[in-house]
Design a protein around this ligand. Structure first.
Ligand code: NAD
Length: 315
């Protein structure tokens, strides 16, 4: 029976990944430092079901400071999702947090994984590394040109992965997630803010004209992509993980209105620095090499997130 390390286990995607792995009979060691990017209460809620599940152990620790040798010595593979994840907060003084939680934490974990016989080291990268995508779906070989400090920090992590693969044989696989959504989504992310405002009868702030588009990925599909990357990913490679459901923000807002039974009231605000205009994943490489095939339609995934929020807000 495999035993995996999941970093960022108390986070949005990490907690779903832990459940996916445990559901398959694997054992999981989850670590998280409960960073203050959002409330600890939210993260404890993400962990609630996991803490009661056989085969799950949780360790509160900081990957940028604490000793990592022991935790990596006891597992068959590493899923590295821990990070400071917001794009908009990555400017100015706050960048030092991104250096610690994204760059330094990744380098320390890779260093600890040298000379281990792990199946793989799966790294959570981001579509943010591309910057503004050119026309058509973006392939992995596109020149990365991040337009936010966050994107720069995630790209640095990918480069660290590659050089630990080249020099020390760590079997790294980097996954570039395209906007992940679903139950437990981070409170700073647009779908959660919009759906919450709709439930509470408040207006939503929309940055720009709403014609910006994203390739949205349901969290269950992203978790599955992680598992497939661990089992089948080629060492040293990079794959796009996109849901295959491109939509503009305006389309999403109208879909949310249908789900909630009333249109959302919108307030228009200026475009935010670091936000890209469009993202669009070409996932043919992930499909061919790891069998990645997202299954959840945008309308289904949105309904699932809405249901989850209804449960939380009424509590
Ligand atoms: P999240 O903030 O919910 O989860 C990240 C977790 O990492 C948090 O619980 C945080 O406390 C923990 N963490 C941060 N620094 C740590 C450290 N030094 N030591 C231990 N734990 C630490 O974010 P998420 O949305 O679940 O994102 C997970 C990963 O996926 C991140 O690496 C993020 O950059 C990447 N990603 C997410 C999206 C998305 O749409 N959510 C898109 C692209 C990439």
């Amino acid at each position: 029976m495999d035993r995996f390390l999941v970093t960022g286990a108390a986070g949005f995607i990490g907690s779903h990944l832990c459940e996916r792995l445990l559901g398959d009979g694997a054992r999981v060691v989850g670590v998280d430092r409960f960073s203050t990017f959002y409330e600890r209460e939210d993260k404890e809620a993400n962990l609630q079901a996991l803490r009661d599940t056989d085969g799950f152990d949780f360790i509160e620790m900081d990957l940028s400071k604490d000793s990592l040798e022991e935790i990596v010595s006891k597992v068959d593979g590493v899923f590295h999702l821990a990070a400071q994840a917001g794009v908009r907060d990555s400017w100015g003084k706050a960048f030092s947090v991104y250096l610690d939680d994204n760059s330094l934490a990744t380098q320390r974990l890779l260093e600890a994984c040298r000379d281990r016989k792990h199946k793989a080291f799966v790294y959570a990268s981001s579509s943010s590394i591309y910057g503004d995508a050119l026309e058509g779906p973006t392939k992995e070989e596109a020149v990365p040109r991040p337009v936010s400090p966050y994107g720069v920090s995630k790209l640095a992590g990918e480069h660290l992965c590659y050089l630990y693969y080249r020099n020390f044989g760590v079997r790294t696989v980097s996954l570039r997630y395209f906007t992940v959504y679903g139950p437990r989504q981070r409170p700073d992310m647009a779908f959660r803010r919009f759906l919450t405002a709709g439930i509470e009868g408040k207006p939503i702030s929309v940055y720009g004209d709403g014609e910006q588009s994203r390739d949205f990925t349901f969290v269950g599909d992203a978790a599955e992509g992680n598992y497939q990357a661990m089992m089948k990913g080629k060492a040293g490679s990079v794959y796009n993980i996109g849901g295959g459901h491109r939509a503009t923000l305006n389309e999403v807002i109208s879909l949310m209105g249908e789900i909630q039974g009333a249109p959302l009231e919108e307030i228009r605000e200026d475009v935010q620095k670091g936000d890209v205009r469009h993202t669009w994943a070409d996932t043919s490489l992930a499909r061919a090499e790891i069998g990645f095939q997202p299954k959840t339609k945008l309308s289904e995934g949105l309904k699932a997130e809405h249901e989850w929020l209804l449960g939380r807000i009424k509590r």
